[in-house]
Write a protein that binds this ligand. Structure first.
Ligand code: PFF
Length: 443
């Protein structure tokens, strides 16, 4: 059976960028950056994107389009069935990410509600922080939003690749982009905002520690949806005429741009309003409502922002659920409907525990972490980089170079500009850098 393809070039980029751009850019990136030394983190992050993210993005799209199957099936169909293990790890990783990601996505729905009911007006930073702490530790309310979010994701995935994923991403991502630009302008012009610019762009090199480097690497994998087969799955829906080199560059570039814009929208405001930059996961949920209070028409901006943030999260959760659904459908021969529903129910159960681990169950920790933090750290700082390492080794050392070239050049039709650089990175630099970062942790 022929696979459904993404309909157009813009559709491919919108879908892949929709997967990459999400809570990782707007929620996770700023709070990691705030906790891990500002500019120093940003610098290491950009290096990770260039040396690890970009080559692995291309490698995944390549494997996917060559294989025309789900994450495990792709390796089998290109004649390397042993490397299927990357796919199994990827499916597991998708479940684990979904387990906490949907909780945060649920928070964005709560914040749409709070924006509509005008709950940010006249609140001080302390009030906003208290309101967030109160909401996120409640037993029921965040779970209802999380379940709703999982349900919406499941619905869109069942509506089919082309209709569901592509259409929504194509329209809404550019709107989010414009809104972020407006927020950047406001944040930069707040009195005292320049301190935030310095925090971001004047790196203090003494702050670069092994922990900062590991976090930046994890963030790069997480933000670009790499190391767990998401881009392999999406690559399998890309038609044979697409220029994968361009697609990889564009998606990586857009994702990084959105992360940097989110940081510029947030940090000047953080300093102007006297918020602690190392606040943690609540940073965005405290800072931006505060900024909206300082914008003319802030009421409307706030609603628009949290709606778009939810949608950005949705285009990411869709891609995560698609990894699992395509796998169960093709490997286990379950109908797509059944696969998506079973996966969604499992995810909702993980989500319940992740959400409760911030409140009711906060005394139960694993390796000193709440279940929520465990899911987050284990996927971003371990599973995804390990998956990325395996993918780089596979492309650099195992996959026949001629086949790789033929696939990337669309059987000789395209002139490849960067093949040599990519091949070199994938063979030596990317795997060695990931290994070095891990070894550095153990020392
Ligand atoms: N890249 C997404 C984000 O930055 O929000 C998160 C993500 C989506 C990770 C899809 C992994 C994935 F497969």
């Amino acid at each position: 059976m022929a696979r459904t393809n993404f309909g157009s070039k813009l559709g491919i980029i919108a879908a892949a960028a929709g997967s990459a751009v999400g809570l990782g850019n707007i929620w996770r990136f700023p709070y990691e950056l705030g906790q891990q030394g500002g500019g120093a983190f940003l610098l290491v992050y950009i290096l990770c994107v260039l040396l690890l993210g970009l080559p692995i993005m291309l490698a995944e799209l390549l494997i996917g389009r060559m294989g025309q199957h789900n994450v495990t099936g792709a390796f089998r169909s290109i004649g390397h069935p042993r490397w299927r293990f990357i796919g199994y790890a990827g499916v597991l990783c998708s479940f684990l990410i979904m387990g906490f990601y949907c909780v945060v996505a649920g928070w964005t729905i709560e914040y749409i509600w709070q924006a509509i009911t005008n709950q940010f007006a006249d609140k001080s930073t302390a009030d906003l922080a208290a309101a967030f702490a109160d909401f996120s530790t409640r037993p029921i309310r965040p779970i209802i939003w999380m379940v709703l979010f999982v349900g919406i994701t499941c619905y869109v995935v069942l509506a089919g690749v082309q209709n569901g994923i592509e259409k929504s991403a194509k329209i809404l991502m550019p709107v989010l982009f414009v809104l972020l630009l407006v927020l950047c302008l406001r944040s930069l012009t707040l009195p005292g905002g320049l301190e935030g610019v310095a925090f971001l762009f004047q790196p203090d090199f003494s702050k670069i520690t092994p922990e900062v480097v590991l976090s930046a690497m994890g963030q790069a994998f997480f933000s670009l949806s790499l190391g767990m087969g998401c881009m392999i799955t999406y690559g399998s829906y890309i038609d044979k005429k697409n220029n994968l080199e361009h697609t990889a560059l564009q998606v990586t570039g857009l994702d990084t741009l959105v992360a940097v814009l989110a940081a510029i929208a947030i940090f000047p405001a953080v300093f102007a309003l006297g918020i602690n930059p190392a606040q943690g996961p609540e940073l965005v949920f405290i800072t931006l409502p505060n900024v909206f209070a300082h914008i003319p028409g802030g009421y409307i901006w706030a609603i628009a922002f949290f709606m778009l943030l939810s949608i950005a999260a949705l285009t990411s959760t869709i891609s995560l659920l698609e990894v699992i659904t395509a796998f169960m459908n093709e490997e286990w021969k379950l109908p797509r409907r059944k696969a998506a529903i079973i996966a969604s129910c499992t995810i909702a159960v993980l989500g319940v525990f992740a959400s409760l681990s911030l409140g009711l169950l906060k005394d139960y920790t694993i390796a000193g972490m709440s279940f929520f933090d465990l899911l987050d750290n284990f996927t971003a700082k371990f599973l995804m980089p390990i998956g990325g390492l395996a993918i780089a080794v596979f492309c650099g050392w195992v996959l026949d170079r001629k086949r790789m070239e033929a696939e990337l050049s669309n059987e000789g039709k395209l002139k490849l500009k960067y093949l040599k650089v990519f091949a070199f990175l994938l063979k030596y630099i990317t795997p060695l850098a990931i290994l070095a970062i891990f070894i550095d942790q153990l020392m």
